[in-house]
Write a protein that binds this ligand. Structure first.
Ligand SMILES: Cc1cc2nc3c(=O)[nH]c(=O)nc-3n(C[C@H](O)[C@H](O)[C@H](O)COP(=O)(O)OP(=O)(O)OC[C@H]3O[C@@H](n4cnc5c(N)ncnc54)[C@H](O)[C@@H]3O)c2cc1C
Length: 426
């Protein structure tokens, strides 16, 4: 249907990422509901995005990720850390680390206590179950028939096992073989959203099977620059595609699912946000709303690299072309080799040569900390300008210790850490 020259839809969903792809697919289950889904990135990120191990190749690829960087970090001599986000159908679910672990029950409880009624854990649990195809079948915590496929770690190594044992010994953690079950605490292998070793993103799980629905219209490489208002009512969006400025009108609702950075940015450039910020950039205020862009939460990641003389590392396997060839064959034949997901996401993913080029072999582990980065702000009144992301707040001291090593020697090699003090793994 056309309204005022622009096509009109019941819903316009901006951003086809983890959220937007699901929303568009669910809304169009009703054949009478028309949905326009607009995605800034391309329809596919290519071969590398489907093979989990090549994750490292795509998280910083300008074709399928936004190349955002945070403000200079004073503790890192002014370095600007990358803040990767997906820019492709499936959004960040097409480029992310594939770890299939839900938020903690306490997170949802806290939201509910803060007033977000309907977001308690018991409210959201049925949707988690509905979304997944869990290998163990349906029970109180898991679903069996959802579109996202989940698999347990396939490639387990003696080093990974030893790392888990060390965590249990040294930190008194329980063994946990199911982080989505009744307890999220513990040490174990992560489950991954993959299907026979291939990434199960929201693009694969929700859009691909439904792309032919006549009521689902998907635009790719189309960048929404603002929401249009008549008075205080949102009536459509303006977007750019192929160098042309276009418009779409909405009959019912516009869903902004452009990610944690660009959703508030779109609201701000469209006139919804803190009044002083909008005034600074000459944006006409539609609705002053101070919270827009505030309380950005992030998990800052520390990478630690250890040297080992064990031969059970990915380095040892991929050092020679023959080893790489064998790994490729293993993956394609059985989806269990070193390009299978667990190689990437065992608790001890092993570095490629670039990270530890001078080590005989090495172990790479990462540690995440949830951090509030405070407010995301606008650099200008254009949606295309990369948002200003504040530096991570100063982190505390990280320490780790282990009484047991891996049967092989395990020696601290280097640590990339936002604090000046570093602890040594012994
Ligand atoms: C590198 C990386 C690793 C991660 N690892 C994990 C993990 O292992 N496990 C886990 O659970 N989570 C992980 N995450 C987090 C998880 O992927 C994200 O929290 C989740 O995908 C966010 O979903 P979203 O729908 O909010 O945004 P996204 O999935 O990022 O989708 C937003 C979409 O909107 C599009 N968009 C933005 N602006 C516009 C515009 N103006 N016009 C049109 N389209 C626009 C973007 O291109 C993008 O496709 C990771 C994230 C990243 C980036």
């Amino acid at each position: 249907m056309m309204a005022g020259g622009a096509p009109a839809y019941d819903y316009i969903v901006v951003g086809a990422g983890s959220a937007g792809a699901v929303v568009a697919a669910r809304l169009t289950e009703d054949p009478k509901t028309s949905v326009l889904l607009i995605e800034a990135g391309p329809g596919d990120a290519g071969f590398f995005s489907h093979v989990p191990l090549w994750w490292a190749k795509i998280i910083a690829h300008p074709r399928c990720t936004w190349m955002h960087r945070a403000a200079p970090e004073p503790q890192l001599e002014g370095r600007r850390l990358p803040v990767p986000h997906g820019k492709v159908l499936g959004g960040s679910s097409t480029v992310n680390g594939l770890v299939w672990v839900r938020g903690l029950e306490i997170d949802y409880r806290t939201w509910e206590e803060m007033g977000a009624r309907g977001w308690g854990y018991q409210d959201v649990l049925p949707y988690f179950k509905k979304s997944e195809s869990w290998p163990g079948g349906t029970d109180e915590w898991h679903g069996r028939n959802g579109p996202i496929h989940v698999e347990n770690a396939r490639w387990k190594t003696p080093l990974g096992d030893a790392f888990i044992s060390a965590a249990m010994d040294a930190l008194d953690l329980p063994r946990n073989d199911d982080f989505n079950g009744p307890h999220a605490n513990g040490a174990g292998y992560w489950p991954l959203n993959t299907r026979r070793g291939r990434r199960s993103s929201t693009a694969e799980a929700y859009l691909k099977p439904n792309r032919k629905r006549p009521n689902l219209h998907i635009l790719t490489e189309a960048f929404v620059t603002r929401v249009e208002f008549e008075g205080r009512e949102a009536v459509g969006v303006v977007y750019e595609q192929g160098g042309k400025v276009q418009r779409a009108r909405v009959n019912r609702e516009i869903v902004l699912s452009a990610g944690a950075l660009q959703t508030p940015q779109l609201l701000q450039v469209s006139g919804i946000g803190p009044g002083d910020l909008l005034a600074r950039h000459g944006i006409a205020v539609v609705q002053e709303l101070k919270g827009v862009g505030e309380n950005l939460m992030d998990h800052v990641q520390l990478a630690r690299i250890y040297e080992t003389d064990s031969r059970h590392t990915l380095n040892a396997k991929v050092r020679s072309y023959f080893g790489q060839f064998l790994g490729g064959v293993e993956y394609y034949v059985g989806r269990v080799g070193d390009r299978s997901p667990s190689a990437l996401r065992s608790p001890v993913p092993i570095t490629g040569r670039r990270l530890a080029w001078n080590s005989p072999t090495s172990i790479f582990t990462s540690c995440r900390m949830r951090q509030a980065r405070q407010a995301m702000t606008l650099p200008s009144n254009r949606a295309s300008a990369s948002p200003c992301i504040p530096a991570a707040p100063r982190a505390g001291v990280m320490s780790a210790s282990s009484r047991r090593t891996c049967g092989s020697s395990l020696r601290y090699s280097s640590i990339i850490c936002p604090t000046k003090r570093m602890s040594k793994l012994s």
